[in-house]
Design a protein around this ligand. Structure first.
Ligand code: DX5
Ligand code: ZN
Length: 200
């Protein structure tokens, strides 16, 4: 079980200090383009600054963008990026994108919105290192966990056992310490934590 802090919920003006003080070595990095989701957050410029200023911190890049294929190369060029999550929704050639990420030496993951069912991604599960179940509507920190997404975590854990897939199951959105126990029991491995982590 692994908790990954999401810097979308951190105070950006004091980000480096917060990371150093709390000895954080892995962060979830939400890239938002104002199109796939309403708001704009940050992108590869900030990731590059991390590489220079905080080289010990690895990034888990979550691309909530429309032009995924244009963004991937920027992040493949950075040493501090360890994983790139693309969305199922809004993309067409998932396998090509996932292959591009893996060929670039990074782990590749697929993220699904609360409205998307695991059945939709069954045929690509053999090609991913992680599946990210969005448990809120993407785009904002501080929303409440959607309980209906639990059945999707169960289903993905079931597929993994039945077919021998190797992916880890990530849950992103509305994660609290209280939820982690329950979600681990049904098969989740990694928990993205934004507001609960940085506001505590
Ligand atoms: C939401 C982002 C999440 C978000 C999580 O679109 O993908 O990573 O920052 O924040 P909390 O934990 O506050 O829901
Ligand atoms: Zn995220």
């Amino acid at each position: 079980m692994k908790i990954i802090p999401s810097i979308l919920a951190a105070k950006l003006s004091n980000l480096a200090n917060q990371i150093k003080q709390r000895k954080i070595t892995y962060v979830h990095f939400d890239v938002m383009d104002g199109h796939f989701v309403p708001e704009i957050s940050f992108g590869s410029f900030l990731a590059r600054e991390f590489e220079i200023e905080l080289p010990e911190v690895k990034l888990d890049v979550h691309l909530m963008v429309t032009n995924t294929q244009d963004q991937i190369p920027f992040f493949l060029g950075l040493k501090n990026v360890s994983r790139i999550l693309i969305h199922f929704e809004g993309n067409f050639h998932h396998l090509r994108l996932l292959r591009q990420i893996r060929n670039g030496g990074k782990q590749a993951g697929i993220a699904i919105n609360p409205e998307t069912n695991p059945e939709s991604i069954q045929s690509i599960l053999d090609y991913v290192d992680a599946v990210c179940v969005m448990s809120v509507t993407p785009g904002y920190s501080g929303q409440s966990f959607i309980p209906g997404t639990k059945s999707k975590i169960k289903k993905l854990a079931e597929y993994r056992t039945t077919f021998g897939f190797k992916y880890s199951i990530i849950v992103d959105g509305g994660i609290t310490n209280q939820l982690i126990g329950d979600l681990s029991k049904i098969g989740a491995d990694e928990f993205i934590m934004g507001s609960q982590f940085f506001n505590d």
